[in-house]
Design a protein around this ligand. Sequence first.
Ligand SMILES: [Fe+2]
Length: 341
Amino acid sequence: MFNFPIIDLKRLDSSKSEKEELRRGLTDVGFFYVKNWGLTNAELEEIETLTRQVFTASDAEQNKLASYVGEMAHSFYLFDMDSKFVQQVDPNLKLDVKKIDEKFWKMFLAMKNTGLELLTWFEKIFDLKEGRLRDQFASDPVCCLHGNYYDKTPKGEWGIESHLDKGLITLLYQDQTGGLEAEYEGKWYPIPPIEGTLIINLGRMLEYFTHGVAKGAWHRVKAHKGDRISWPFFLNPSFDAKFGRLDEFKWNAEEFEALEKKRRINVSGTYEPGTEFGSGTYRDWHNKYVVNADEHRRNKGHLKIWEMEEPSKAEVDGPNEKSSLQVRPNQWRKPNTRIYM
Ligand SMILES: [Fe+2]
């Protein structure tokens, strides 16, 4: 068992020990829990019930949700896998798509606010000028919420293989099944569910921009006890954000470079794609590695993904282009075309 930091957002302002735990999570562990982030336990229970309904509904009902014009754009895809799902479909289940859209929009906003609040706290912890991270990288962040359904993972396979997230921050709510693990100093540790909390892990971009001072941690999922649902929220940079490293962290450049050399190979023995950022914008990176993910993706997994995005954030080519989300097919697709994880 490893002692992952647990931070009470309501106490952060007044408590030195909470700030120290946040610093440990940010710079040493790369994973931490947060409490009091916005949704009540009753609301989270409802989120779980609705998500189970979405995943057990017929294709026709899922298509209804995918074509519903509400607060968010909904779509579905399968992550790459070979074996069949055992999950049962209920042909009589009717989805309340309006309610689903509204409830998940609330969750989306609460997670987005928490992510931005954390970026502000990171600025304080790192003693940066106010707005240094938020203004440069997240003035209009590209955000995405998933409902991830993992079947009980077949022997010898992974729910999702070991990987580093690519964006700035990932905020994850998980059900009580367990199965998430993170690597710390070469060993793997479970991240057990703690009711009502979010799990935060730092993405490859935040790590890169800070010369590795903010730590990205490898993680993986195996739902070995039974099926599992999790809700990761990906806080990515604004489309126009420039991929520049911050000089305030240059003192760590050499050490980070050495670490990078060691980690260019992932557990599958393949190069981890999309982890070199150059000096373009997030839009450049997104067009290369998200829009055209198929040719770059290497990780494998055994999961179905329900993806929710703000329609306005789907613009890739420019503000006047038609959103790519509006022309997506409304069915489970395989292989996936996204690599947010
Ligand atoms: Fe991930």
